[in-house]
Design a protein around this ligand. Sequence first.
Ligand SMILES: Nc1nc2c(ncn2[C@@H]2O[C@H](COP(=O)(O)OP(=O)(O)OP(=O)(O)O)[C@@H](O)[C@H]2O)c(=O)[nH]1
Ligand SMILES: [Mg+2]
Length: 434
Amino acid sequence: MSDPVARDTIAAVATPAGRGGIGVVRVSGPAVPHIARAILGPLPEPRVATFGKFLEIDRGIALYFPAPHSYTGEHVLELHGHGGPIVMQALLGACLDAGARLAEPGEFTRRAFLEGKLDLAQAEAVADLIDATTREAARSALRSLQGEFSSAIDELVAQLIELRALVEAMLDFPEEEVDAVHAKDAAARLVHLRAALEGVLAKSRQGSLLRSGVHVVLAGRPNVGKSSLLNRLAGDERAIVAPVPGTTRDALREPVRIEGVPLVLVDTAGLRRDADEIEKLGIERTRRELESADVVLAVQEAGSEAGPPEGLPAAALRIDVYNKVDLTPGFVAPAGAVAVSAKTGAGLDRLRQAILEAAGWSETGESVFLARERHLRALESAKQHLAAAAGELPRWELYAEELRLAQTALAAITGEYRADDLLGEIFARFCIGK
Ligand SMILES: Nc1nc2c(ncn2[C@@H]2O[C@H](COP(=O)(O)OP(=O)(O)OP(=O)(O)O)[C@@H](O)[C@H]2O)c(=O)[nH]1
Ligand SMILES: [Mg+2]
């Protein structure tokens, strides 16, 4: 832990801007006792809600958390006043006058990290919990905040350290003398480690869907019912539907949720060659949407000869959807495709499941990790180094080096090993007061 006295004292309004019943000004740092006395008179008893007058500005509840038993690990003062912008700004101003400076975005949480109150993955979970848009995402963020994700990473790192110790010991012997039992033990441990990493990665990939949302693009020829399907899936008449081909000109985005997984559905202009000027611009947009899609619904009419248009992505990303099955009774969709009717709602549940599956979501009943892109990259990198290690056997020096690189990658997730520019990048995305 670093010496808190070496740091300055920061203050910010911790509640959102605007008016509310209560607003909170939070102050953290060595000057907190001095600031508390300046504003309140006596220093409140530690961790006891204390009613008092805040200068001539307001009256309310003050909470004083002496270091190290606080969110940041430093002395912290919270002033719970009336949540109006004038009151909050005046209270904040009084704290600044008494020696604090305005906190930067995420600076409270950054200090909590630097004081060892949270590791980096937990600090990120604070922002994720606040930013969560679904209950599932919030629950998952809370689990990360409580350290579930970090323990899974720490467990992998612990296994890696044991394996490295074993291998470093073997390095002291010439190759031909490395005892076969040890070599076998190392190989078995690596297999185990790789499987464990794969498990964490799978849960993280799933969880990352909860964070970032899945981009689902409806594409197909004009008039096949793309807009009608979007309306059905959204449960609302969002897109204009008409019997004329070429109705949709612009890409329309609609956020929806399936089983708590946030999706963005994108309705697009129908793809065809003989389009007018405006429609051509729409089709250009469709192509751009297709490039960034996670899943493409390739919509066509059941029983029509036309088939899907050119330029749709390959099977992995795409679900073939046959719409208007109400018009062709007895229609059977080819294997892997889904038959639906936007008119009657038939097949819609199967389509929802197919979308979740294609996006990589599976209802395992197990908790997932609300991983960020940064975590996924680190896990992937560790995975590659472990695979490379397996390929180096029995060149133990190279093997040991790959293990070291894998450990470095994993340790970056919890911030045990860290670069300062990474910290800047992570905390800058917080808002002020967190
Ligand atoms: N019978 C039947 N008609 C449908 C179904 N889905 C859509 N339609 C009709 O098909 C026509 C075209 O539907 P849209 O949803 O506008 O089709 P689109 O693919 O968005 O068309 P563009 O925007 O022109 O590319 C409308 O008259 C809809 O009412 C369906 O499942 N059954
Ligand atoms: Mg349309």
